[in-house]
Design a protein around this ligand. Structure first.
Ligand code: ACO
Length: 329
């Protein structure tokens, strides 16, 4: 292993379906209001994948952009990791479908399920393969079609989620930049706070599970909210403490987009200006493992995110899982 090798993000991409569901659209479906949704969550609209398309379609669009921006051919990929909780099938994995679409003939492929923390987990896993020298270029995708597991009759969840994908290519560098630190966590005692009860081996899909709407997301939002604020703050302070970094040093904090109130709470506690903490939940809702890579891609496209910037990403979600990555861009 070459101790000087680090991992950098060499290309980014994103895919968002064209169909927009606004809060007034939801007012026609469930007993809710634009005022409630905006004030409690910050969401104004979200995207919904059109019928006939599935998760792999989103992953392909985002991945092709990321590869092009990295200046790489699919044949140069050693591995593909798709972080998702909404795969096309229970098996095979969506990453295998993507590998075939891209004709990435040399790439190993795996899906990773860590809820909304999936992208941060996947990036960290990919980083290990690059550090070890076993892989050079790894495609890491966060992609979700949450509209297909959302109960459109449940106002407490259907207003929250959206569909979308973000992709990055992770590549080795010997420059003085790349991933500085990471921190991954899990507390499985909170598994029932956010789950899709049916469709797995515990409760296979059957007429009863369908009748009881058990194949949709069930969430205890209040408990997740409390956990999220604590987890994000602890995670950041551990990584920044280890690296001797203060919040003033951060150029970017990419937080999982689950609720604007969580984002604003953390931003204010760290005394960070708005432009350092990108927000896309207003336009895309909670796209789970895709929120952070989509936000990163938007900042790259805008030209604001530049080489040398100190970037933190922190996510939390089903599992319960939480984790962060600190990197010099
Ligand atoms: N429209 C109108 N009223 C609503 C709606 C709605 N869409 N949804 C719930 N309400 C009502 C409730 O019924 C309740 O009414 P009551 O007081 O008469 O009982 C009232 O509004 C307040 O409900 P709360 O659940 O207490 O509202 P809260 O302010 O906590 O907001 C929310 C709920 C938005 C879900 C919040 O708790 C949250 O964002 N939690 C975090 C979720 C999260 O971070 N998930 C991340 C992981 S996601 C993943 O991994 C896929």
């Amino acid at each position: 292993m070459n101790s000087k090798i680090n991992s950098i993000i060499s290309g980014t991409g994103a895919a968002l379906p064209g169909t927009i569901i606004t809060n007034p659209d939801l007012e026609k479906m469930v007993e809710t209001s634009d005022e409630w949704i905006v004030s409690r969550t910050g969401i104004r609209e979200r995207r919904k994948l059109e019928e006939g398309f599935s998760n792999v379609d989103l992953t392909e669009t985002a991945s092709r952009q990321a590869l092009e921006r990295a200046g790489l051919e699919p044949s140069e990929l050693d591995m593909i990791i798709v972080a998702t909780v909404t795969p096309d099938y229970p098996t095979p994995s969506t990453s295998c479908l993507l590998q075939a679409r891209l004709k990435a003939s040399r790439a190993a492929a795996l899906d990773l399920a860590a809820g909304c923390t999936g992208f941060v987990y996947a990036l960290t896993v990919a980083h290990q393969f690059i550090l070890s020298g076993a892989c050079k270029n790894i495609l890491v995708v966060g992609s979700e079609v949450l509209s297909r597991v959302t109960d459109w009759e449940d106002r407490s969840t259907c207003v929250l989620f959206g569909d979308g994908a973000g992709a990055v290519v992770l590549s080795p560098t010997d420059e003085d930049r790349g991933i500085l630190d990471f921190s991954l966590h899990c507390d499985g005692r909170g598994a029932e706070l956010l789950m899709i009860p049916a469709g797995g081996s515990r409760m296979p899909a059957c007429s009863e599970s369908l009748q009881n709407r058990m194949h949709f997301i069930k969430m205890n939002g209040n408990e997740i909210f409390k956990f999220a604020v604590k987890a994000v703050e602890e995670n950041l302070s551990v990584m920044m403490g280890r690296q001797g970094i203060g919040s003033d040093d951060l150029d970017y904090l990419f937080l999982h987009q689950a609720n604007l109130r969580i984002i604003e709470h953390v931003r204010k506690r760290l005394r960070l200006p708005r432009e350092k903490v990108p927000v896309n939940i207003d336009r895309f809702g909670n796209t789970s493992s895709a929120t952070i890579p989509i936000a990163i891609h938007e900042e790259v496209l805008s030209g604001r995110l530049r080489q040398g910037d100190l970037v933190a990403m922190v996510a939390f979600g089903a599992g319960l899982t939480w984790g962060g990555v600190l990197m010099k861009w």
